[in-house]
Design a protein around this ligand. Structure first.
Ligand SMILES: [Fe+2]
Length: 304
């Protein structure tokens, strides 16, 4: 005979709660997997506008970083078309376009991209840590390949450009911009120190490519920060944090620790504005989460 009423069976209650938790966990995992897939199969264009009293007309700068031989469409056709659509005056590649272990065949990806980008606007490249590591093992072939593609390599060098009538000093550096593990005098006499002091010495708009944001200013070594006289610093390297959690941000980055300040986007670092691109690499085993690949457009503009 069926019993009516009475206490609900406890075991069935628990199993329902467990099922609900399991369903919710499955939902989260599925959403994360979909998001990771989206981040690995496309890119977004992120735009910034930087005003300066030094400018009287706009200058459009496209920034790419951390490609790591990734492709968007055959031969990077989608990426090339997107850059062309931005009508940039200048294209800047801020390091790690190739990986440290790149083969000759791998190098064809960034080299082909650079060659095509050079048909759109002048292209300048500054080294990343991967290119620096590549050079240590295999020599400067990677840099020569970039140059043969038509790009100009800037490592502890600058060029004075005139674009749309605007005077821009464009420099590139890989390495610390402050005395790290050395005296102030030793840094001032080093190639980095000498580059920075001559780079600062102009009234032009000063744009510095510096692959690692922590090479420009490392929070844990902030007492050594020199606050160079620079208008805009462009960086990459962080890949946008890789896992950028909603309402939380980037939980952790090597060298910066938990909840890093220089992970992604526009920052104020001393007197300079810094823009940290999320990069375009999607081949890493460490997949991206809520952190799509980025093509960056920066419009330098007069202050109205
Ligand atoms: Fe890097």
């Amino acid at each position: 005979m069926r019993r009516l009423g009475g206490k609900p069976k406890e075991g069935r209650g628990i199993s329902r709660a467990a099922a609900a938790i399991l369903m919710f966990a499955l939902f989260l995992i599925s959403a994360a997997a979909l998001e990771a897939y989206r981040c690995a199969h496309g890119f977004i264009t992120v735009r910034y506008r930087i005003g300066s009293e030094k400018l009287t007309a706009p200058v459009r700068v496209a920034m790419l970083s951390d490609l790591h031989e990734s492709e968007f469409g055959p031969g990077n056709a989608d990426l090339i078309e997107a850059v062309r659509g931005l009508s940039p005056d200048l294209i800047l590649c801020v390091g790690d376009m190739a990986s440290r272990g790149a083969t000759e065949r791998d190098l064809e990806v960034p080299v082909h991209l650079l060659r095509e980008l050079c048909r759109i606007a002048p292209v300048y490249v500054s080294p990343g840590n991967h290119e620096a590591d590549y050079v240590k093992v295999k020599g400067v072939g990677v840099y020569r390949a970039y140059e043969r593609a038509g790009a100009v390599l800037l490592d502890r060098r600058f060029e004075d450009l005139v674009i749309n009538g605007q005077r821009i000093r464009l420099g590139g550096i890989f390495g610390y911009c402050f005395p790290y593990g050395q005296s102030s005098e030793a840094f001032a006499a080093s190639s980095a120190g000498r580059f920075l002091s001559s780079f600062e010495d102009t009234d032009s708009f000063k744009l510095l490519m510096c692959h690692k944001p922590t090479d420009y200013c490392l929070e844990s070594e902030k007492e050594y920060f020199l606050d160079p006289d620079v208008d805009l610093v462009l960086s990459g390297h962080t890949h946008g944090g890789l896992w950028r959690l909603p309402f939380v941000g980037t939980p952790f980055l090597p060298q910066q620790g938990f909840f890093p300040k220089l992970d992604h986007g526009q920052k104020q670092v001393g007197g300079a504005v810094m823009i940290i691109g999320a990069g375009l690499g999607h081949k890493s085993l460490l997949f991206r989460l809520f952190d799509p690949c980025e093509l960056v457009l920066i419009e330098l503009a007069p202050i109205e």
